[in-house]
Design a protein around this ligand. Structure first.
Ligand code: ASP
Ligand code: MG
Length: 410
């Protein structure tokens, strides 16, 4: 008998039929003698709909009211799922964020969880009642409703799981695990049995959509065994944990990509102290997320400064920097918003040299031009033209032989 937290995402509970199916699924675990605490998202599309609704009445909705609005999606699903469970003979009880005291700071729209009071949940479990908790929401010190940021119910689930010291936290979703690469691009992509927190954090940050980076970080910090499983079919899914059971690690575990990237270059910038701060300062204040940054000095003593942003931020960032270019007396501002980032990730890279050159050789063989490179201990990312994205992912997948479950990475 295990104590489990199971989180169901929007697609898994996107209709009455699906909610009933999820209730059945939870019922099977209860029948097997497990204790289950459930965390849910809003029905798929609902949070976006609410966001649009908010923007339809106010151009700049107040953050506090926006949170009250957006959190309502989860209020619907906790009630519906609790009803569906009770109807099947599994007593259940819904909880809003403030009812389980998911205490957060006061940063509306991106609040951080500070503490959780699990007394009520434990009481329910002792009495055979299934607690069904609204993900994504909490309450601040003054009793204001807060939300954790988009995709935040993963974080709620992990936080509840950490507090309850559960045996496993299941992220039940529309895919049956974490894959070596996006199966829509690579038909030989393979579901991973296990992956480390570190690797998963990189994959999530580099574009894999299965889990939010924050939830993985949280799970790693509190050592909560996370399992990504399908809501629709039986299967072991992928276990995310500290150590893999295999003696040796594969060099590369997975490939992630981000399509929605853009790069901006300011060239001919006078090479004096403070240039990076002058260029990125105004960008950071918006705030805009800046990813890769490259600076190099040419023979004429001026500097070229290139960085990437999300494609949505491209136009306004260019606009912002035109003024900076004039002030700095830089030669030119240019950019490209049809780029993509592809990354290979694996803890085995630590102990194996030559991964980068294998990767560059493989791309060269396909005539794919590399625009930017960035590396860390366990990942290599390249920026390429977006039109080569699929080709690049496939060629990396075969270069590191990810279709086969061996440990030497080919
Ligand atoms: N419903 C929220 C969102 O769509 C939270 C979540 O799905 O995890 O962002
Ligand atoms: Mg969601």
């Amino acid at each position: 008998m295990a104590l489990l937290v199971q989180k169901y995402g929007g697609t898994s509970i996107g209709s009455s039929d699906r909610i009933k199916a999820v209730a059945e699924r939870i019922g099977k675990y209860l029948d097997d003698g497990h204790q289950v605490v459930v965390v849910v998202s809003a029905m798929s599309g609902e949070t976006n709909r609410l966001l649009e609704l908010g923007r339809s009445v106010a151009e700049n909705p107040q953050a506090r009211e926006l949170d009250v609005l957006l959190a309502s999606g989860e209020q619907v699903t906790i009630a519906l799922l609790s009803m569906a469970l009770a109807e099947r003979g599994y007593p259940a009880r819904s909880y809003l964020g403030d009812q389980v005291q998911i205490q957060t700071d006061a940063n509306h729209g991106r609040a951080r969880i500070l503490s959780i009071d699990t007394d009520a949940i434990r009481g329910d479990l002792d009495r055979g009642i299934v607690p069904v908790i609204a993900g994504f929401q909490g309450v601040d010190d003054d009793g204001n409703l807060t939300t954790l940021g988009r995709g935040g119910s993963d974080t709620t689930a992990v936080a509840v799981a950490a507090k309850l010291k559960v045996d496993e936290c299941h992220i039940c979703t529309d895919v049956d695990g974490v894959y070596t690469a996006d199966p829509r691009i690579v038909d030989t992509a393979r579901r991973l049995e296990q992956i480390t927190f570190e690797e998963m954090l990189e994959l999530a940050s580099l574009g894999s959509k299965v889990l939010t980076p924050r939830s993985v970080q949280f799970a790693g910090k509190y050592n909560v065994p996370l399992r990504v499983v399908s809501s629709f079919e039986q299967g072991p899914g992928t276990l995310i944990t500290t150590e893999k059971n295999t003696m040796e690690q594969p060099i590369v575990s997975g490939i992630a990509y981000a399509r929605d990237e853009a790069k901006i270059t300011m060239s001919g910038v006078p090479d004096v102290p403070g240039v990076a701060s002058r260029i990125l300062g105004p960008v950071a204040r918006v705030p805009t997320e800046v990813d890769m940054i490259v600076q190099n000095t040419g023979a004429d003593g001026t500097t070229d400064f290139t960085f990437t942003v999300k494609r949505d931020d491209y136009d306004h960032t260019l606009g912002l920097l035109e003024k900076v270019r004039e002030e700095l007396g830089a030669r030119e501002l240019s950019g490209d918003n049809r780029i993509a980032k592809v990354s290979v990730v694996g803890v085995g890279m630590r102990s194996h040299a030559g991964v980068a050159s294998r990767l560059f050789d493989a791309l060269a063989a396909e005539n794919i031009n590399i625009l930017m490179i960035s590396t860390s201990e366990i990942k290599i990312s390249v920026v390429i033209a977006e039109r080569y994205l699929e080709l690049a992912v496939r060629c990396m997948h075969s270069e590191f032989d990810l279709a086969h479950d061996d440990v030497d990475g080919g």
